[in-house]
Design a protein around this ligand. Structure first.
Ligand SMILES: [Zn+2]
Length: 456
C-alpha cells in the first residue's frame, strides 16, 4: 500500500505551483486541521471572538489527557523518518497523473505514457514501511478513543431528515431554504464562481441584486486591503442616512484611518487639509477624537506623541489592525443594509450545533434506552448552555405554566410588576375582563385589562 498522508504544507504548495515537480521540501509540521476558512474577512468575526470551550469535553481532565495522547501520536507520526519518502512517492505519482491529464488529447504523448510510467514513475513508488503503518494506526486509535461520540444517535432522535424524494410542501421548502443558506454562505466567502454553479445545479433563486451587492462588497474590501479607502468612503457617504440612523461610526472610522494613513506618510499638509475638509461633519459627536487627531500632527516628526494611540504614529503594523476593525464594521453595516446578519448563519448553525452535539447525542441515547419520544416541536427537552456569541435574545418561561412565551402566548406584566404568560393569566382571570384575581407571587389583586405586554 502507498503512504497516503500528506501534511497541509505540501498540499498548499501543490495548489500554488500546479504540476511543478521540483518542489522544495518544507519542514514538517504536526498534523492539524486546516483553519483556512477563518482567513476570510467575512468569517473572521467568528474567529476572533473568544470562544468558551464546550463543557463536558475540554474541561474534563480525562479528555485533556486523551487530547495530549492525540497530540503526542500526531507528533510521532509527523517525526517518522519514512513518512517523507512515502509522501514524495505519492507526490511523484500525482504529478505524473496531472501531467497525463493535461496532455490527454495529445496522441503522441499518450502513446508513450505507459513507457514513461514504467521507466520514470514506477521505480519511485515505494511500499509503505511498517513503522509508518503502525504510527498511522496508533494515531487513528487515539482519535477513536477520544471522540467516541455517536453522531447518529443525536441526529436520529432530534431531527427527521427529509429525504430527497419527499415532495411534501414542508420538505421542499426546507430544501430550498437550506440551498439558499448554502448559496448565500458561498457569496459571503467571495466564492462567486462556486456560488453560480451551485445556484444553477440546485435550481436555487436568489435576488440578482444580492449577488451584485456581495461582488461590490468584495471589491471594496479588496481595495481596502490595497490601502485604498476611497470605494469604502464612497459607499459610506452614499448610505450616510442609513448609517446615521443606526448610530454607526463607520464613516468616521474610515475618515480617521485615511487621516492616519496620510500622517504616517509624513504628509502633514495633506493630513491637515484632509482634516479641514472632512472632519467638520463629525464635530458634534467626535470633537474629542478630532482634536486629538489634529493635534497629533504636531508630533508627527518627534515620534513621542501623547496621542500615540489615536494619532498617526502607527508604523510597525502598517495600520493593519485598524484596517481590519474598519473592515469588520463595514461588513456588519453592509450585511445589515441587505437585511442579513453580519455573520454567516450557516457557520453559526454548524458552530453552535457542534457545541450542542455531545448533549444531543447523550439525550438521543437516553431516549432510545427508555423508549421515549420527543414530542415538542419547537423546544428541546434539555437545556443547552451555548456561549454568549450564540445567544441572540432572552427567553421567558412562565413560572406557572412552565411554558416558554411566544408571539401567540406573550409575557404580560401585572400592575404589581410580576410577569406571567398570556394564557396563564387568561386562565387565572377565568377568561373574563371583570374577574379579579390574585397575583401568583403577591397578594395584589387585578383584572386582565390591567396587564401590559412586555418585550425582552
Ligand atoms: Zn405580584
Amino acid at each position: 500500500m502507498l503512504g497516503l498522508l500528506s501534511p497541509p504544507t505540501t498540499q498548499t504548495h501543490r495548489a500554488e505551483n500546479g504540476t511543478n515537480s521540483t518542489r522544495e521540501s518544507k519542514p514538517r509540521e504536526p498534523l492539524r486541521p486546516s483553519t483556512s476558512i477563518y482567513t476570510n474577512p467575512l468569517l473572521s468575526l467568528t474567529a476572533t471572538q473568544p470562544r468558551e470551550p464546550p463543557r463536558n469535553t475540554i474541561s474534563n481532565p480525562g479528555h485533556l489527557r486523551r487530547m495530549d495522547l492525540i497530540t503526542k501520536e500526531s507528533g510521532q507520526l509527523g517525526k517518522n523518518a519514512s513518512l517523507q519518502a512515502c509522501e514524495d512517492s505519492v507526490d511523484a505519482l500525482l504529478d505524473f497523473l496531472e501531467q497525463a491529464k493535461a496532455n490527454v488529447t495529445d496522441k503522441q504523448y499518450m502513446a508513450q505514457v505507459h513507457t514513461m510510467y514504467t521507466s520514470q514513475v514506477a521505480p519511485q513508488i515505494i511500499q509503505t514501511p511498517n513503522d509508518v503503518h503502525k504510527a498511522i494506526s496508533r494515531y487513528g486509535k487515539a482519535l477513536d478513543r477520544t471522540f467516541k461520540l455517536n453522531v447518529n444517535s443525536a441526529a436520529s432522535s432530534i431531527v427527521q431528515i427529509a429525504s430527497d424524494n419527499d415532495d411534501s410542501k414542508e420538505a421542499v421548502e426546507s430544501r430550498e431554504e437550506l440551498n439558499r443558506a448554502v448559496a448565500v454562505h458561498l457569496l459571503r466567502l467571495g466564492e462567486f464562481d462556486t456560488a453560480n454553479i451551485f445556484l444553477g445545479e440546485s435550481a436555487t433563486k436568489l435576488p440578482p441584486l444580492l449577488v451584485e451587492q456581495f461582488e461590490l462588497l468584495y471589491d471594496i474590501l479588496r481595495s481596502m486591503g490595497e490601502r485604498n479607502l476611497q470605494p469604502a468612503i464612497d459607499w459610506a457617504s452614499t448610505h450616510q442616512r442609513f448609517l446615521d440612523c443606526r448610530g454607526s461610526d463607520l464613516e468616521f472610522q474610515l475618515r480617521e484611518l485615511q487621516f492616519k494613513m496620510l500622517l504616517s506618510q509624513r504628509d502633514t499638509s495633506a493630513a491637515l487639509a484632509y482634516a479641514r475638509t472632512h472632519f467638520q461633519r463629525y464635530q458634534r459627536h467626535y470633537l474629542k477624537e478630532i482634536s486629538q487627531l489634529v493635534t497629533s500632527i504636531l508630533y508627527s516628526y518627534t515620534g513621542n506623541s501623547p496621542y500615540e494611540k489615536t494619532g498617526g504614529e502607527v508604523s510597525g503594523d502598517d495600520h493593519a489592525v485598524a484596517l481590519k476593525t474598519v473592515q469588520q464594521t463595514l461588513i456588519k453595516e453592509f450585511c445589515t443594509l441587505l437585511g442579513l446578519s453580519s455573520e454567516s448563519p450557516l457557520v453559526q448553525a454548524v458552530s453552535s450545533g457542534t457545541v450542542a452535539l455531545p448533549i444531543l447525542a447523550k439525550m438521543g441515547g437516553i431516549m432510545k434506552t427508555k423508549r421515549t419520544e420527543w414530542t415538542s416541536s419547537n423546544e428541546l427537552p434539555v437545556e443547552i448552555d451555548l456561549p454568549p456569541e450564540f445567544q441572540f435574545h432572552s427567553v421567558f418561561v412562565c413560572p406557572v405554566s412552565k411554558e416558554q412565551t411566544t408571539d401567540s402566548n406573550p409575557p404580560l406584566m401585572l400592575p404589581c410588576g410580576h410577569i406571567l404568560a398570556h394564557d396563564t393569566l387568561k386562565a387565572m382571570s377565568k377568561d373574563s375582563d371583570r374577574y379579579r384575581f390574585k397575583c401568583h407571587y403577591c397578594p395584589e389583586e387585578t383584572t386582565f385589562p390591567h396587564t401590559r405586554r412586555v418585550y425582552f
